[in-house]
Ligand binder design. Structure first.
Ligand SMILES: N[C@H](CCC[C@H](N)C(=O)O)C(=O)O
Length: 271
């Protein structure tokens, strides 16, 4: 017996996920499916799997699974795409949406042109747990830990092109200092309130962009006196604007959300 699961491939600044509306297509084993469907040669190919669902505390819920099947507390780029999805697929006509995530309720403001959502602003809440790490002789730099609900390690360097991310990314992701592992960002100040950032994501490796990582990078830049409260973070796949609101203490992230294609998976059901 087979069952069909419809999905939509979307990306936020090139950070691409498979999106499934679980109110219509429930997914029993998301960890396993995230691994299987994220594979580029034998699956759909993506940075992971995002499940859109209902919530008794918000308009919708979002669960995010990395390509290695690990579930994360939050996904910035994914939350913008969820906002786009629920509006464009007619699940809501609201342009201000609340989203229930493992790191709390996020508020999404959709910028709509006609019937299309091109950019979204997400209130990401307040950053937590910041702190400096001096690697001493181990590495020639120091880093800043920032949590956006999920863990980030941000390191500023003079020349980001000299960073061997495939080598140092997994080393830092899995460092014993981080019992839950960490996302790893390297950043370079390239202009006033303009930051170039590359990311090795926990559970997915190098991605084109990381929304929570861009927030963490902007927070670390402000804490270290390298940028103001509002900065543009330029990543491999695109740019997001981050503002650390002085009154609320919340981080506002504004960036693109793009649909790539709709597809369907035919699953053999265990009889
Ligand atoms: N790899 C992250 C989850 C995805 C976050 C990222 N894609 C974003 O846009 O925030 C983690 O394990 O915490």
């Amino acid at each position: 017996m087979t069952t069909i699961i419809k999905f939509t491939k979307m990306h936020g600044a090139g950070n691409d996920y498979i999106y499934v509306d679980t109110t219509r297509y429930p997914i029993a084993d998301p960890e396993k499916k995230a691994i299987e469907w994220s594979k580029f040669h034998t699956g759909i190919g993506s940075d992971g799997l995002i499940l859109i669902g209902v919530s008794d505390k918000a308009d919708f819920s979002m669960r995010i699974f990395n390509a290695d099947g690990s579930e994360a507390m939050m996904c910035g780029n994914g939350s913008r795409c969820v906002g786009k999805y629920v509006y464009e697929y007619g699940l809501t006509d609201k342009t201000e949406i609340t989203l229930d995530t493992l790191s709390g309720i996020k508020i999404l403001k959709l910028q709509v042109e006609g019937k299309t959502v091109n950019t979204v602003t997400v209130d990401m809440g307040s950053p937590q747990e910041t702190g400096e790490i001096d690697w001493r002789k181990k590495y020639p730099f120091q880093s800043t830990k920032v949590s956006m609900g999920n863990p980030h390690l941000v390191t500023f360097v003079d020349d980001i092109t000299r960073i061997n991310l495939p080598e140092i990314g997994p080393e830092l992701e899995n460092h014993p200092l981080f019992p839950d592992r960490t996302n790893v960002e390297f950043a370079q100040i390239v202009g006033k309130d303009t930051i170039r950032m590359r990311v090795w994501e926990r559970g997915s490796g190098i991605t084109q962009a990381c929304g929570t990582g861009a927030c963490a990078t902007a927070v670390a830049a402000f804490i270290n006196g390298l940028a103001g409260r509002k900065s543009d973070v330029i990543m491999d796949g695109g740019t997001v604007t981050i503002e650390w609101d002085e009154t609320s203490g919340h981080i506002l992230m504004t960036g693109p959300a793009t649909k790539v294609f709709d597809g369907e998976i035919v699953e053999e059901m265990e009889s």
